[in-house]
Ligand binder design. Sequence first.
Ligand SMILES: Cc1cc2nc3c(=O)[nH]c(=O)nc-3n(C[C@H](O)[C@H](O)[C@H](O)COP(=O)(O)OP(=O)(O)OC[C@H]3O[C@@H](n4cnc5c(N)ncnc54)[C@H](O)[C@@H]3O)c2cc1C
Length: 454
Amino acid sequence: MTQAETGTEVVDDLRRSLDGDVVLPGDVQYDSARACFNAFVDRRPAVIVRCLGRADVATAFDFARAAGLEVAVRGGGHNPAGHCVLDGGLVIDLSRMRRVHVDRDRRIARAEGGSTWLDFDTATVAEGLVTPGGVVGSTGVCGLALGGGIGHLTAQHGLTCDNIVGAHLVTPDASFVRASADENPELLWALRGGGGNFGVATHLEFRLHPVQPVIGGRLTYRGPVGDVLRAFRDAVAEAPGDASCQAVLLVDESLEPAVAVFPCVTGSHDDHPLIETLRSIPGLVEDGVRRHSFVAQQSLFGTGYGVDRHYWKGHFVRELPDELIDELVRRISALGRPPGDILFESLHGAPKSADAPPGAIGYRHAAFNVSATATWRDPALDDEHIAWSRETASAIEPWSWSGGGYANYMQADEPIERVRAMFADGAFDRLQALKRRYDPGNVLRRNQNIPPGQ
Ligand SMILES: Cc1cc2nc3c(=O)[nH]c(=O)nc-3n(C[C@H](O)[C@H](O)[C@H](O)COP(=O)(O)OP(=O)(O)OC[C@H]3O[C@@H](n4cnc5c(N)ncnc54)[C@H](O)[C@@H]3O)c2cc1C
């Protein structure tokens, strides 16, 4: 569809049939509506449909089919691959659907398809409740949850997708489908990690858990950072299930590496063995750990939207041996300028519980998710930073749990084997069978794709 055609009666009809609105090239809001978190992604859709409910999503699917337009789905716009926007196609934009309803008695939250973690945490923490989500407030709840979800409460309450208990989807043929333990339970299983492959979630429902102020914050270390990472690794291996913990290896312009560690401990005791161990690690230069609200914990990772260019690549690892740590410490300054970070997310605790609900995801059995998150601003440095991320991921690969990547961090250039290897044994065939049922034409392919297969 050309720009001229989108200005015709056809688009006027579309506008009239929506509760939401339509943004076209040339409209004042076009550039902000097509921007995503990753400034590396610069695409120009033909039509952006900003939906206000499931009928709008169905109308958008119908319109795209009739006009022969490819479709992308936008939640919070955070996916580093930029799957939320496309050249010349139609974006089903959920960013005006951000309500979060909390049922305190049933301990269930119902989040609209475009809600963010800031929307979610604000609504649930006000009721003393929480679900384990992402660590940056502007990330989309549904996009993150459908891809897994690792954050500050992973050890306590599992992956975000483990907490999905229901969904309302609009499938590409514009049908409405409900998934829950009682209705289409196989689809619910698939939504726990299978991404946006089966339909647009106008709502996801999550199990909630009581939350008090947590012991958390940031500890910064300099000096022997390899030893710091080894001590972090050993400390989280022994950490009980009331303590989540992530670490970041970084450098500033001086190229002196540093490690930042982000614990999050729940419960009412003021002393905790993990915090004591982390505080005793030599090289601690800044101790920002204290008891604070969970919402304060969720604001530790603040970062500008649409400002930096990103290319992320990594592996779930079986273990974090000394030689890998030494290689990553070498690589963080190898580029001769700050390349971004190397992120270590621990998967100890609840993800490995025998009580974890059934879901497609397999990587819960890995020890850590280790990611080379290249971040830069100057487009002239694209090739160097992308190469750094790829080479760093190659250095991690020998310890990979299954060869799979993390759907939530993967770029669009990853091969299907990396998607397949994320899932539990035999899961990919089941996911493909569901894809044939709900999206046989692979309309929803702008994602970490599960093709329908035979
Ligand atoms: C700064 C930053 C911080 C992050 N922090 C974390 C973190 O702490 N933990 C973690 O696990 N991940 C994290 N992520 C990764 C994030 O979870 C994924 O990128 C996720 O895909 C983002 O979802 P979104 O809705 O914001 O993105 P979008 O780019 O809008 O959507 C990505 C894809 O998700 C699907 N999708 C989104 N919403 C829906 C919906 N309602 N229905 C159906 N499909 C949908 C679509 O396929 C879409 O293309 C982070 C990413 C960034 C950039």
